[in-house]
Design a protein around this ligand. Structure first.
Ligand SMILES: Cc1cc2nc3c(=O)[nH]c(=O)nc-3n(C[C@H](O)[C@H](O)[C@H](O)COP(=O)(O)OP(=O)(O)OC[C@H]3O[C@@H](n4cnc5c(N)ncnc54)[C@H](O)[C@@H]3O)c2cc1C
Length: 502
């Protein structure tokens, strides 16, 4: 059995920022980061638009950013959390800059601030259109230099272990699958930080990479943590139409730069639905596109960039332009076909202002956590910011947990079926597609039939269970089981919120 002081599950912005801060502050603590694939394979590295921070105190203000966040969240944000996150933002940004993260400046040497939907001011710091990759690479570089951090790639955590002491549930370790040796093992730890990202892979159209299967959420739920607001899945209005999984995102910043959304006839239509047009929030635009598609009977709309300055467009958005070009689309000449796609989970593992769950020694940060910042609908570019602030909060708080906790001598390790790498991946690929189609149909339908959807999930569950009776446990099986658990949470929480509305 291996042991460590702190286990971080996930190597995106939230896990790495937490690790960096804690390792520097407490060189006496050992920290292990486990990540299920290559460290860089995260939602973080795909982030294009950037990070929302108030830096221009003449035109902008904390109050304006707070107001925009609350408005986007549809009355469901926690005001104290919104206030804390937005006011802390400049300090956290400085910490990224201090480790060498580069954000674009204009010819006057000032931040080149982008504008995105729902923001009343230009306030998005970015690194061209690959902001997330820049942050991920700089964090990974520093993590690899810190001697008290061990980064374990291809280590997939399967479940958390909890113990009950004096009527308190305490998280004391985790079971993980080590791909290289094809073994399931246990790690004993004094604190666990879940930073496992979102669950976009539950949907047919998503911008989230294949790792986004909601593992952290499912594990936390099994351990008894509270999961809330899963009925609020954010759809990004402009994912590039293709057969790829994930769909390539055309950042919000492109609309902030002046691009229009047009229908089959080349006409702008968003103003029919919201006076902010292209600069409305994601929920409003996605909804407007869905209505337009119903009216026209088409399956996508277009992003029109043809009126924009071509040289500036290519300079600001080299990755987006390059991706379009590779598919034969020239943004200066052609309209770009786009559809709304599942992008971000606004709900998640309920945490307090320190990122602590209700289970002792279990923290959740980043997209897997529900902090209260986003309400019903996250404001663009507030997610990277939330990840930084809550990683900081958890890092400040964890000292106390670490100091108080002592290991129990007895740890019960449940039996898992033996791991087998060369299992029948194909069967699970088919099941995953069925689940994606079920969840998408349920979530996007006007009259959601939760009971029928739950019955179908149970059938899929039985099929998956029968597959491992004949096969050994595999990564697709673990991911699929987690996806089923998260699908149930979404369906049940949609049902409960529909009842509340009635
Ligand atoms: C295409 C795209 C563009 C975006 N653009 C922006 C933007 O411009 N601005 C913004 O603020 N937000 C943006 N977002 C959202 C933002 O990128 C994410 O919310 C954020 O990066 C999540 O960071 P994270 O640390 O929570 O998790 P992630 O970066 O998703 O990392 C999750 C990690 O957990 C690991 N993991 C998961 N399950 C397990 C397991 N069982 N065992 C071990 N490891 C596991 C994964 O392998 C991965 O390392 C974008 C998202 C996407 C998909």
């Amino acid at each position: 059995m291996i042991k460590t002081d702190i286990l971080i599950i996930g190597s995106g912005i939230s896990g790495l920022f937490f690790a960096m801060k804690t390792a520097k502050k407490r060189p006496d603590l050992s920290i292990v980061i486990m990540t299920k694939e290559k460290a860089k394979n995260t939602n973080t590295q795909l982030a294009q638009g950037g990070i929302a921070v108030v830096t221009d105190l003449i035109k902008d203000s904390f109050n304006k950013h707070i107001h925009d966040t609350l408005r986007s969240g549809g009355g469901l944000c926690d005001k104290e959390v919104v206030n804390m996150v937005i006011k802390q933002a400049p300090e956290r940004l400085q910490e990224l800059i201090d480790i060498g993260t580069i954000f674009d400046k204009n010819e006057k040497g000032r931040w080149d601030l982008g504008l995105e939907g729902g923001h009343s001011q230009h306030r998005i710091l970015h690194h061209k259109d690959s902001s997330g990759l820049e942050i991920e690479e700089k964090l990974l570089k520093i993590i690899k230099k810190l001697p008290n951090i061990e980064l374990l790639e291809n280590h997939m955590v399967i479940d958390l272990n909890t113990e009950t002491k004096k009527n308190k549930t305490i998280c004391t370790g985790a079971f993980f699958y080590e791909k290289k040796h094809n073994r399931i093992k246990y790690i004993r730890t004094r604190a666990i930080v879940l930073s496992t990202g979102g669950c976009g892979q539950l949907f047919e159209n998503t911008t989230n990479p294949k790792i986004a299967t909601g593992d952290g959420l499912a594990m936390a739920a099994r351990a008894g943590a509270e999961i809330v607001d899963m009925q609020y899945i954010q759809f990004h209005p402009t994912a590039l139409v293709s057969n790829e999984n994930p769909l390539f995102l055309i950042s919000e910043a492109v609309r902030g730069f002046g691009a229009h959304i047009v229908n089959e006839e080349g006409k702008r239509f968003l103003f029919k639905y919201d006076i902010r047009g292209e600069l409305s929030t994601r929920d409003m635009i996605s909804d407007a596109i869905s209505k337009e598609l119903q009216l026209t009977g088409k399956d996508h709309v277009y992003l029109d960039c043809r009126h924009l300055n071509t040289a500036e467009f290519y300079a600001h958005f080299p990755i987006i332009a390059g991706h379009c070009n590779a598919l034969g689309i020239k943004p200066e000449k052609d309209v770009i076909p786009v559809v709304p796609a599942a992008h971000y989970q606004c709900g998640g593992i309920k945490v307090d202002q320190n990122g602590a769950t209700k289970i002792n020694n279990l923290y959740a940060v980043g997209e897997c956590a529900r902090t209260g910042l986003h309400g019903k609908n996250r404001l663009a570019s507030n997610s990277l910011l939330e990840a930084l602030v809550f990683a900081h909060q958890a890092s400040e708080n964890i000292d106390r947990t670490i100091a108080e906790f002592t290991f129990s001598s007895k740890i019960l390790i449940p039996k898992f079926p033996k791991a087998e790498q060369s299992n029948d991946y194909h069967a699970f690929t088919i099941l995953k597609k069925e689940l994606q189609s079920l969840v998408t149909a349920f979530y996007t339908s006007e009259d959601r039939n939760a009971d029928l959807a739950i019955q179908k999930i149970e059938m899929l569950n039985n099929t998956a269970a029968s597959l491992i009776e004949t096969h050994e446990i595999t990564i697709p099986f673990i991911e699929f089981s987690n996806m089923l658990a998260v699908a149930l949470l979404i369906i049940k929480q949609c049902k409960a919120s529909q009842k509340e509305i009635c």
